[in-house]
Every structure is written in C-alpha cells, then in structure tokens.
Design a binder for this molecule. Structure first.
Ligand code: ZN
Length: 203
C-alpha cells in the first residue's frame, strides 16, 4: 500500500508557514514503512530538533481506480479516520530552501500515525466534520473538513490523475492551522467528532 499526503489544503495553515495558497493540491508520498505501528510510542528521530504534529483526516481506498471523476469518488472509500503526519520541520525547511524533495522530513519511519477507522455513514456529512488534536490535555489543533481547499472527492480525482489508487491506500488530507512541536513525554489524543481516534505517547 501507499500513503498519499496533501499539503497546504487549509488556507490558514498555508499562511502560518508562509506558503501561498496553491493553484492545485500539493501532493507527496510516504512509504508503508512510515506507518507507526499500533500501540508503539512515537520516537523523535535523532536528525530533528523540531518535529511538528499535523493532525489530518484520513481516507482509506477500497477499490482500485485511476482517473476517477469526483462525482464517482465516494464509490472508492467506505472508511475515514484521523492521524498525524509527523514532520521534521527544521529539515523540511532546509530542503525547501534548496529546492530538494521533502521525503527525509516527511516520510521517515514512524511519521504516519493512523488511528481508528470509522464507517463514513456513521457521520452525517463528511464534508462538515470537526476534528481536534489535544496535547497533554490541551487543544492545539481544531479543524473542520468544510474548510479544506479541496474536499475529499476532489482530492481523489486529482490524486488519481497521477497515481493508480489501490485497495488499502491511505490519503492524508492535509492539516489545519496550529501545527507545533512535540516533545518527549507528550501525550497526543485525536478526536474525529466525538470519537477518540488515537492516543499516543511521544518518546
Ligand atoms: Zn501534512
């Protein structure tokens, strides 16, 4: 499987990092080795002093497809979830300045936290879903999927122009504002509406 991530999909987050609102979605990949194994803590990698949390709504693909039209995109997923795109911001910044690819900062082992999955029909409207990240019990990121620059179906259409989507692939749909540093012993808890999607310790 592969993990497809969307960057700058919330205007306020693009602005907080000094990035312009993109004309088309920013897309990057993480390998399957990036998945943080269940019940493991997140270990801050030795090559970064500034790992940021990016809480994001996730979509799990359940049907193979390419060049998917947005109107048919709902046929390609049944479950949605919540996760964290851990980002070595200091390293990403230096790679960005040199015009180099982001993988070392974005796709390292453990950088993709995937929480619980929920049937999409559990929610009234997936295009109006509240989600939140708590750090040590304090709310640090709040988002609503209504504020995405490209909604889930538009993202599936865009991504599938470039990559064949396969069963089990996961799309990270981008983070809202409020990204920040994680430190040793932090406790990170994610909520998708009322559902507690994950609970993870930082080491
Ligand atoms: Zn992200």
């Amino acid at each position: 499987m592969k993990i497809i991530c969307i960057g700058r999909n919330y205007a306020q987050h693009a602005a907080e990092l000094g990035n312009e609102k993109p004309d088309t979605p920013v897309i990057f990949l993480k390998p399957d080795t990036a998945i943080l194994q269940k019940r493991n803590p997140f270990y801050i990698p030795h090559f970064s002093d500034q790992v940021h949390h990016e809480v994001e709504v996730l979509v799990k693909i359940n049907k193979i497809g390419k060049h998917i039209d947005a109107q048919f995109a709902p046929k390609y997923y049944q479950e949605i979830g919540l996760g964290i795109d851990f980002t070595a911001r200091d390293l990403q910044q230096s790679l960005k300045e040199k015009g180099l690819p982001w993988e070392k900062a974005k796709a390292f082992d453990g950088s993709a936290l995937i929480g619980n999955w929920y049937d999409k029909n559990k929610f009234e409207d997936i295009n109006n879903l509240n989600f939140e990240l708590l750090k040590n019990g304090v709310s640090v990121q709040q988002g609503n999927t209504a504020h995405m620059l490209w909604g889930i179906d538009a993202l599936i259409a865009e991504v599938s122009k470039f990559f064949t989507l396969k069963i089990g692939d996961v799309i990270f749909t981008g983070t809202p504002a409020g990204v920040g540093k994680v430190s040793e012993n932090d406790l990170l808890e994610g909520y998708l509406e009322e559902e507690k999607a994950f609970n993870i310790k930082v080491k």
